[in-house]
Design a protein around this ligand. Structure first.
Ligand code: BEZ
Length: 208
């Protein structure tokens, strides 16, 4: 099943390294960063798990709960976490879903059979507190993800929700943002009394 932006993320029950979960209940009223990796005890995955653990505070500041998945067992995950902590100099606390029967990986289209019949590719789902999928990303097995980009897109989504703006190419927090064309000039003047720049009628930028 392919999962698209705007879909309600499929619910599931699963065993994890932090105990059993019902996914929607586990998300609660927070955001989720749900990401798959091909296998435990592999090098790229070890660095990604370590990076996610190192960024625990940055995820928490954004009200985001990370949760990993691979098609391995809880026992394997737990043994591997010791290696992650040791080699990446961190303490991994977020849950990793055990999915040895591929039930969830298939539900989330994380198995790309022309790549592997049994291991998940590197999928990312950013899910909001309404359980709506807000971003999907798919990376190949031999390329580790950019976690600055994961945090950046979460910042852009959350700012967009609170200020009704869009963000330009390569935006990072603090830079000017875009007033969507759906907002009239009159409404933009009310929303942004500090003023805004009109480069074209459809391209207006504002400093927040
Ligand atoms: C890795 O994490 O290093 C990896 C896992 C599966 C295939 C290729 C690389």
């Amino acid at each position: 099943m392919s999962i698209r932006i705007g879909d309600i993320t499929p619910d599931f029950t699963a065993e994890t390294t932090n105990g059993p979960i019902q996914f929607h209940d586990w998300i609660g009223d927070q955001w989720a960063f749900f990401f798959s990796h091909p296998a435990d005890f592999t090098p790229v995955c070890t660095t990604e798990m370590g990076r996610t653990a190192q960024l625990a505070e940055q995820f928490a500041e954004r009200n985001v709960k990370p949760i990993g998945l691979s098609t391995d067992s809880v026992d394997e995950h737990n043994k591997w976490i010791e290696d992650v902590n040791d080699t990446q100099n961190t303490v991994l606390k977020f849950p990793i879903v055990a999915d040895a029967d591929l039930k969830i990986a298939k539900m989330y289209d994380m198995i790309h059979p022309n790549e592997s019949e049994t291991a998940a590719v590197r999928s990312v789902f950013i899910i909001d507190p309404n359980k709506k999928v807000r971003l999907t990303l798919t990376y190949p097995m031999n390329v580790g993800r950019n976690f600055d980009e994961i945090l950046r897109v979460i910042d852009a989504l959350q700012l967009g929700d609170s200020k009704k703006i869009a963000t330009p190419a390569d935006w990072v927090p603090g830079q000017d943002v875009i007033i969507p064309p759906s907002v009239s000039d009159a409404d933009a003047q009310k929303a942004f009394p500090q003023g805004f720049t009109t480069l074209r009628p459809y391209l207006r930028t504002v400093k927040l």
